[in-house]
Design a binder for this molecule. Sequence first.
Ligand code: GTP
Ligand code: MG
Length: 243
Amino acid sequence: MNTGDPVVSVVVPVRNEAGNIAPLVAEIAAALDGKFPFEAVYVDDGSVDGTADELKRLMAEYPWLRCVRHNRSCGQSAAIRSGVAAARAPLVVTMDGDGQNDPVFVPALVQELEAGVPRIGLIAGQRIGRKASGFRKLQSRIANSVRSAVLRDGTRDTGCGLKAFRRDLFMALPYFDGLHRFLPALVRREGYDVGYVDVLDRPRGAGASNYGMWDRLWVGILDLAGVWWLVRRRKRVQEISEN
Ligand SMILES: Nc1nc2c(ncn2[C@@H]2O[C@H](COP(=O)(O)OP(=O)(O)OP(=O)(O)O)[C@@H](O)[C@H]2O)c(=O)[nH]1
Ligand SMILES: [Mg+2]
């Protein structure tokens, strides 16, 4: 049974993922029913396929399923932010909606986060057994190693959609398009540690990737410079007093 106020909100950004909605919602149900009260907040990022209809149909079946929608596509970071803003639970787990992330790992992420509070601000999934093509994996490996060398954020893989954090911490982070790839550095900047859970990667279900190589490369370089600056200009207030 899944009644009462949700303890965990699972946030899933989707753009044109019609064929992947029903299988993933069923997997979320199977993985989380009976574990803790939860909700799933799908964010339909301006899809033009049957994504909205699928979500509507499934919402009649699963009372814990919610859907917020961008009328026009605003990107994955904005979709995640809208989902976290709409979330009712204090803890959020994000997950890609294309089937690459398996919801069976959600309880492990939640458990690690709860065990690490208040020191840990983020639990990041680390993909093992990547199912992407060789070229895509190479791009990802280069991007991850440049990022971790520049930011020294101690993280092997920031590209995994499975991440768990406190809702209020996420909403307090500086927001920009692309933020979802830099969460470890941004969370450390706030003074928290990051924990990791290995997760098995799966191939995408139906549909096609939303990204090409160039969007990731050029925007990634610009974002990296921005995050480097943010981290460098951090100033933490150590003590506050009130008379
Ligand atoms: N890329 C992208 N993804 C979006 C957008 N809005 C929502 N999403 C969702 O964000 C998730 C990740 O997008 P993918 O295109 O699978 O990106 P990826 O997993 O990094 O790339 P692949 O490994 O090529 O699948 C999916 O659930 C998308 O449907 C958007 O504007 N762009
Ligand atoms: Mg994907």
